[in-house]
Design a protein. Structure first.
Length: 499
């Protein structure tokens, strides 16, 4: 059986805690790998390696950092298929989806390659007689990232490339459910020339997380995951004096107005709801149909959903893979089996789906629930699976009020041909990311990603300008130099004579 160990100080370090976690192939249900689960002492070893590396990395030149990052970007590009294969083997998503994840992570590496322009300071001259004031940004020191199972390569790349480009050193604690991609990312960084200890990977569970949150040498923590854990991370790390960005869960809505192109809206709803088996925080999980279009829109969504081919992620014919674990599969199925009792019209029920030859896999089909009430479990909770709920409203205003009443505010979208309605929506809606005829409005790398309300804890969004600000702190320098005319008599301020 394959074993995944830690990466500390530029090399593989065998797990010493005696605790191991199982990693399954979601397509077969078989345990294929064991991953080391770090003790607090092993976390301390990783933080110590990062602290030692910061002594030189924190003062390294921007030219050195960006040179390494350019080489790293080339290596990632050359090995993207290998990274995607690891994601498919442990997460289950189809290979094309895994490749897309790597591509979105590469965007942030590319942003980090251009960090020189992001770290430029400001200067004001002559604020007073011979007094100048400048502002600079400096790294924090050792920073940590705690990342989820659903994007085992992309989310880590949303964090550590920017962090190390800014001069910090990094300790990554990836999900123990699919840990292999994180180790390969670290190995490639070392191959690119990243000094030992600048990027470290420790695997583990709550023991490792709590050790990072409490460690006095960790200056900041980045997190992506569910809202309850994001709240815990923010509360605990903040209480220990750390800077925190904790991105939580979501219930993303897509408002469809009567004038919308219903074919385009249905295409978007299917791809946004069922892509990556719905295991993404930017999935559209609730469609709000306005006016009389509901029946036609639901019929179009159903027609498309029934054609999606479900199978192993390494089969090129598969469009959707299994869920990450059997327990998660059963939890998702529970929302569908209980929906009718809570008033929903079950248009598609995917809970009985299996794949021939892979009967032990964590399979579930696509489910579509219509006329869902806002007090039902399927609407209130983040299901994190291939379940799309449809709600009905009579007017645009009712739809906006419904969306704004949600405790989540991660992403949302509107489908309409009306520019005035779209403009109103982007200003009135209470969410951090808005799409206009775009179902999954994940920003490009040079803008920042993050939600509102219970979808974000902390002041900074991730990557983009917010990411640079999160991983640096400002310093203002006020300078006054005497005028050369005030120099003591006898001092020659001219150019030195060479002969």
């Amino acid at each position: 059986m394959k074993t995944v160990n830690h990466w500390i100080g530029g090399k593989t370090v065998e797990g010493a805690s005696g605790n191991w976690g199982p990693v399954t192939d979601p397509a077969t249900g078989a345990v294929t790998t064991q991953v080391a689960l770090a003790s607090a002492e092993e976390v301390d070893s990783a933080v110590a390696a990062a602290k030692a590396a910061f002594a030189t990395w924190g003062t390294s030149s921007l030219a050195q950092r960006t040179g390494i990052l350019f080489r790293y970007r080339a290596l990632l590009d050359a090995r993207r298929d290998d990274i995607a294969a690891l994601i498919t083997a442990e997460h289950g998503k189809v290979h094309s989806d895994a490749l897309g994840e790597v591509a979105r992570g590469l965007e942030i590496v590319e942003l980090a390659c251009g960090i020189t322009t992001q770290l430029k300071g400001e200067l004001s001259t002559q604020v007073s007689s011979r007094v100048d004031v400048s502002s600079i940004r400096q790294p924090l020191g050792v920073v940590a990232g705690i990342t989820p199972f659903n994007f085992p390569a992309m989310v880590p790349m949303w964090m550590f490339p920017l962090a190390v480009a800014c001069g910090n050193t990094f300790v990554l604690k990836p999900s123990e459910k699919d840990p292999s991609a994180a180790n390969l990312l670290a190995e490639l960084a070392a191959e690119a020339g990243l000094p030992d200890g600048v990027l470290n990977v420790v695997h583990g569970d709550k023991v490792a997380v709590d050790a990072l949150l409490a460690h006095p040498d960790v200056a900041a923590v980045s997190f992506v995951g569910s809202t309850p854990i994001a709240r815990y991370i923010h509360t605990t790390a903040s209480a220990n004096g750390k800077r925190v960005q904790a991105l939580g869960g979501a219930k993303n809505h897509m408002l469809v107005l009567p004038d919308a192109d219903l074919d385009a809206a249905a295409d978007a709803a299917v791809s946004a709801a069922y892509g990556s088996a719905g295991e993404r925080c930017m999935a559209i999980s609730a469609v709000v149909a306005v006016g009389a279009i509901g029946d036609e829109l639901v019929a179009k969504i159903r027609e498309r959903a029934e054609k999606i081919k479900i199978g192993p992620g390494n089969d090129p014919a598969s469009e959707m893979g299994p869920l990450i674990t059997k327990a998660h599969r059963d939890k998702v199925a529970g929302y569908v089996t209980g929906a009718a009792a809570q008033g929903a019209d079950v248009v598609l029920d995917g809970t009985g789906h299996t794949v021939e030859g892979f009967e032990e896999g964590h399979w579930i089909g696509l489910s579509l629930l219509d006329k869902v009430s806002t007090d039902s479990d399927a609407y209130r909770d983040e299901i994190f699976g291939p379940v799309l709920v449809v709600l009905r409203t009579e007017t645009y205003e009712e739809g906006v009020d419904l969306i704004n009443a949600s405790p989540f505010g991660n992403g949302t979208a509107i489908f309409t041909r009306d520019g005035g309605a779209a403009r109103r929506f982007q200003l009135e809606i209470e969410a951090g990311m808005v799409g206009v005829n775009v179902p999954i409005p994940v920003p490009v790398g040079y803008h920042s990603f993050g939600g509102w309300k219970d979808s974000l804890f902390g002041d900074h969004h991730i990557y983009g300008n917010d990411g640079v600000h999160f991983y640096t702190r400002g310093k203002v320098v006020t300078t006054r130099w005497p005028d050369p005319s005030e120099a003591p008599a006898g001092v020659d301020l001219g150019f030195p004579r060479n002969h």
